[in-house]
Structure formats: C-alpha cells, structure tokens
Ligand binder design. Structure first.
Ligand code: PMP
Length: 328
C-alpha cells in the first residue's frame, strides 16, 4: 500500500515476495523514518488459523507512526492486509505447535529527497515468514546481562515507539553481551539508570512467592519501554488464573536482593517472537546471580501454557484475542 499527500492511502495489492526497487535518496534509508510491527498467526488444534490481537498491533503501529511524523495506517487497512496475506499463506503453517506464521508490517518514508522534514510519500508493506520462537521450542532459561554502559532509549526519545533506529543502537550492546556468554541485554531506565525496563525484544515479568501466594510485577510504561502486546495480555490473563499482576517499578537492587532472599522466585520475558522465555541467570556490574534454581518456574510454565492454549484454540478465548482467518 502507498501513501502520498495528494492521494492518501492507495494501491493496495498482494504481490509475491520480491526485492524492492528504491531510489538511493529514499528518506527512510537516510533519516530512519521507519516503524514496524511483529505479530503471529497460529494453526489451532482443529486446523483453523487465527491471528493473535492484530487490532492491538494496528493501534501500536499508529502510535509509533505518530511519534515519527508518519501517516497512521487506519486499523481497517491494517486488518484487511493481515486478512488477505494470512488467507493466502496459511497453507504454510504446519500442524506443529512450535511453528507459526510471523507477520512483519513495515511502514517507511519512500519519498526521494534529502530534505530534513517529514516525508510526503510512504509505503506500507506486510510480509509473512514461517518461524519458530527465538530460543527454539524447548524454551531453555536464558542468561541476561544488565548493561550499565549503554541505553536503548533516551528520555523524551523514541523508546516507546517500535521504530527501526531503536534496534540499530541495540546491536553493539547485544553483541558484547553475547561475547561474554549472555543471551540478552537488560535495559535500565535512561534517567536514573536504576529501574529495570525490558530486554531487546521482550518485556519482563517478576514472580514473587509461589503456589497460591504467587504474584506478578512488570515495570510500568515509562515512555522509554515498548508497550508489549504479550505484556498486556499477561496482565489480564494472570489474574484470571489466580495470580495477581501489577505494574510496579523494579530496581536492579530489588531484583538482586529479592533473589538472594528467596522471595523473588521466577523471572520471565515475553514477546511475540520469544513467546514466554524463562530467565535463569543475571549478570551485572555487581556480580552474577541465579533466579530460583535457574530452571523454568511453575508460574512461568502455567502462564506460558495458558497463553499458548488460547493461541492454539485449546482454551476459551474470553477476551476475543484471536482473529480467525479462513483460507483464500
Ligand atoms: N520490547 C521490545 C523492545 C520489543 O521489540 C518487543 C517486540 N515487539 C517487545 C518488548 C514485546 O512486544 P510484543 O509482546 O508486542 O511482541
């Protein structure tokens, strides 16, 4: 789909996956006026296909676009694109719960100019990829490293938007963490550098207590972390399973002390691509510590099963999160 000042949204079309032809002076390439989304289509145990919360992803893309002075794709246009592509490509989703169709909407400034102002032409693309989760179907606990050196977001910056540049700046810290044997970087708030925010592509949840006394905490939307759609789903799903969930600031110090004292029993990360991923170990400037016994916790497993149960159509979808799409 294209957008221009004169014509608005136009030329919606379904095309085979193919390279783009772009002018070397395409604004999106130079000034980073580009936002994207990531959402998934799942095959249910009965064989039908549903997309998880495409309306929420459409709204987040509109919010990201607003922050970057881009036209906001209407929700109906976003949903029509998802429906058309998933109707056509759902044959590629096998009946294997580990595999889903990852959808990547991308909106970028396609105008040819070097002028430093909001572009006057844009392209909205939607791609589909057959994928497994980041860490494979086994979901082993990951090791995370808190960075004291780098920031993902600046105060007043674009951390709350899903824009391309946020990820470019994360690559070096992520590579350095991996060199030191960690899977992911933990980002702290950019002002006090004291509050835990998120991982590179996942939000964080902390579990206090266990069994019937378990409760969840996730950092509040500070403006610099991304409002994950999975995070939002878990904030509603957990209480329905008897696990209260609250948005509360979590300091790095509290995290370390909670694990040392035993009251903080589990930590997991969540996101569309990563699903629910247990965190087993944390590295920081103050040393390394293990969460619980370093294996996947009981609450993490319960939430993961419940979320996946809804996505696979095995559990009631009481919030109407799944959008059914029939084959073309
Ligand atoms: N934080 C960041 C920085 C991300 O890129 C993502 C992935 N979109 C998330 C959190 C998780 O968001 P969601 O649950 O919507 O995939």
């Amino acid at each position: 789909v294209r957008w221009s000042e004169e014509r608005g949204w136009h030329e919606a079309e379904l095309r085979p996956y193919e390279p783009l032809v772009l002018d070397p002076a395409t604004v999106g390439l130079h000034y980073g006026q580009a936002v994207f989304e990531g959402l998934k289509a799942f095959r249910s145990h009965t064989g039908s296909v549903g997309v998880f919360r495409p309306d929420a992803h459409a709204r987040r893309m509109r919010a990201s676009a607003r922050r970057l002075m881009m036209p906001e794709p209407p929700e109906e246009l976003f949903l029509a694109a998802v429906d058309a592509l998933v109707a056509q490509d759902q044959q590629w989703i096998p009946d294997d719960p580990a595999i889903s169709l990852y959808l990547r909407p991308l909106l970028f400034a396609s105008e040819r100019t070097l002028a430093l102002r909001p572009a006057r032409e844009y392209r909205f693309l939607l791609m589909a990829f057959v994928t497994e989760g980041y860490f494979g179907p086994a979901q082993r606990p990951v090791r995370v490293q808190v960075t004291e050196t780098y920031s993902r977001a600046a105060a007043g910056g674009t951390g709350g938007a899903k824009c391309a540049g946020n990820y470019a700046g994360s690559l070096l810290p992520q590579a350095e963490a991996q060199e030191q044997g960690f899977d992911q970087v933990v980002w702290l708030d950019p002002v006090e550098r004291r509050w835990v925010e998120e991982l590179g592509g996942m939000n964080l949840f902390f579990v206090y207590g266990s069994g019937r006394d378990a409760r969840l905490v996730t950092p509040p939307l500070s403006g610099s972390l991304l409002a994950g759609v999975t995070r939002d789903a878990l904030l509603r799903l957990a209480p329905a399973l008897g696990v209260p969930a609250a948005e509360e600031p979590m300091s790095l110090e509290e995290w370390r002390r909670g694990c040392a004292g035993g009251e903080l029993t589990e930590v997991f990360a969540c996101g569309t691509a990563a699903r629910i991923t247990p965190v087993g170990e944390v590295g920081s400037a103050d040393g390394t510590w293990t969460i619980g016994d370093g294996t996947t916790g009981e609450v993490t497993t319960r939430l993961s099963d419940a979320l996946f149960g809804i996505q696979r159509g095995e559990l009631p979808d009481r919030w109407s999160w799944m959008r059914p799409v029939a084959p073309a």
